[in-house]
Design a protein around this ligand. Structure first.
Ligand SMILES: Nc1ncnc2c1ncn2[C@@H]1O[C@H](COP(=O)(O)OP(=O)(O)OP(=O)(O)O)[C@@H](O)[C@H]1O
Ligand SMILES: [Mg+2]
Length: 335
């Protein structure tokens, strides 16, 4: 049980958990057949981090984030990234007021609580870094002034991995700022039928799937603090750290060094922190007050895949970071 679990407190915790479970269900109703996406967006919100969604066009990436925005009582802005976007289109501009002979800062769309950075890889590096700086520091600096961003502050970015023309890949240092990178895949036959039915229903009624806000900023803050107090045993922590260390020195865990040769750079401590926060959030969402090795294993790919850099020979053989992570999971002994 949770520390100081008096009757009032445990009732409150249960209510908050119920609300978050209702959020996951509502997201799953709006976006058919993508349960991981619904869970990961919720974990991102609980862990106070940013999420990058990667998937082919038309897989409901934008729809998922818009649904999240409709369920959370927070200010929301969608920023469509295009090649001609400027950094000031995100952060804001200083405007000269001749009457007062002074400059006034006009806040850009980043000054919202939930941001959808749609097709982030369509804008050049300068614009991407304006966004990523705001994400890392939760503040915007213009001229000599610094402006804090609101709380909660969550960026969900989308990118399409199959189009390369006219796109600008996010550099690894910037990818590292995303707590999670979630991949969405094509739906199966049954889900395709359900998507069609939903789309016809919405078309007939001329409505988009709307639920009304479920989560207030206070409930989110309460859930975040409950997530922070989820217990991780020394053994589970050791397992998590061994997994991270294995990305840097796989030779410690294998015979022959084949996997070590596939990895150019392992992951940073930011990855350990991400794995820790997300595992706690998953445990809390599943109504547990302790983390299991299952939580860590379930999140290894989404927390680490975008931070791991493979060697050129491994990339040319078509190896992916997901395959390497599978191999590391099978090598590192579970506590
Ligand atoms: N799993 C799904 N559940 C419900 N609707 C879906 C699903 N997949 C696709 N759709 C429908 O397909 C359309 C495309 O969705 P959306 O615009 O969110 O895709 P996207 O992944 O953002 O695409 P793009 O990469 O081109 O921006 C929407 O009309 C959406 O309602
Ligand atoms: Mg989209």
């Amino acid at each position: 049980m949770l520390v100081c679990a008096g009757f009032e407190v445990s009732r409150l915790v249960t209510d908050t958990q119920n609300t978050f479970q209702a959020l996951v269900r509502a997201l799953n109703q709006a976006v058919v057949g993508q349960p991981l996406l619904a869970e990961r967006l919720t974990i991102g919100l609980l862990a106070g981090g940013h999420v990058l969604i990667e998937g082919a066009p038309g897989l409901a990436k934008t729809r998922a984030v818009k649904s999240l925005a409709s369920l959370v009582d927070a200010s929301f802005k969608r920023i469509q990234f295009t090649p001609d976007l400027l950094p000031s289109d995100i952060s804001g501009t200083e405007i000269y007021r001749p009457g007062e002979a002074s400059f006034e800062f006009q806040r850009g769309p980043i000054f919202n609580q939930l941001i959808l950075a749609d097709e982030i890889n369509r804008a050049p590096a300068k614009v991407q870094s304006a966004l990523l700086e705001a994400m890392a520091e939760q503040q915007v600096s213009v001229g000599n002034s610094t402006y804090p961003l609101p709380d909660p502050f969550m960026v969900v970015a989308t990118q399409n991995p199959i189009e390369h023309e006219g796109t600008y890949d996010l550099p690894h240092a910037q990818l590292d700022r995303f707590l999670l990178q979630v991949k969405v895949d094509f739906p199966g036959v049954a889900d395709e039928n359900r998507i069609l039915e939903l789309s016809r229903l919405e078309g007939r009624n001329n409505v988009v799937h709307e639920n009304g806000a479920l989560l207030s900023p206070e409930v989110i803050a309460l859930a975040q603090s409950e997530t922070d107090s989820v217990y991780m045993s020394a053994a589970v922590q050791e397992y998590m750290i061994q997994l991270v260390v294995a990305t840097r020195n796989a030779a410690l865990y294998e015979m022959g060094g084949a996997i070590a040769a596939d990895i150019e750079y392992g992951v940073s401590p930011r990855a350990t922190i991400a794995l820790d926060r997300c595992s706690r959030a998953r445990a809390w969402l599943n109504a547990r007050d302790y983390v299991t090795p299952d939580d860590v294993q379930a999140l290894v790919h989404d927390c680490l895949r975008h931070r791991l850099v493979l060697s050129l020979p491994a990339q040319s053989r078509g190896k992916t970071t997901d395959t390497v992570l599978d191999e590391l999971l099978s090598m590192v002994p579970v506590v």
